[in-house]
Write a protein that binds this ligand. Sequence first.
Ligand SMILES: [Zn+2]
Length: 160
Amino acid sequence: MAENFQLWISHDLSERIRRHGAEVFPHECCGALLGRDATAVGSGDSQESGTPREVLDLFPMVNRRDDSPRNRFAVTADDVRDAEKAASQHGLEVVGWYHSHPDHPARPSQFDREHAWPWYSYIIVSVMSGAPAEMTSWRLDDDRQDYSAERIEIRNSAGA
Ligand SMILES: [Zn+2]
């Protein structure tokens, strides 16, 4: 059951995620992805069509895990509330989260998987020696046992 997840994001916003990761290096940056999810409208087995999930804004957050800010990204209930508030102010919804992996590959860690929720997109940017490198996205499967890679499609202009 390989799903073909796709995430649209503008070049500008993807650069902002990279910069955020570089700024807080060697710590992890994190934030929310605000946007729209067309597939949420027509649930059921209707085929995906038109615009997939699209990121239209970012909501940078403070990594509250000060015990181990290098490799521990966890979204708290407060984060969710704040991010949803910011999203609704822009007529958007929270479609996912992003964080960086300082000096580690852009692959979900065991911790990431255990603390992720289904449905959301999770962008990870690898920051090697302070320089942003690979960026990936993934989604946790509904049974929470595994995750699927999501293709990031960098668009020249996202709406606006
Ligand atoms: Zn991680």
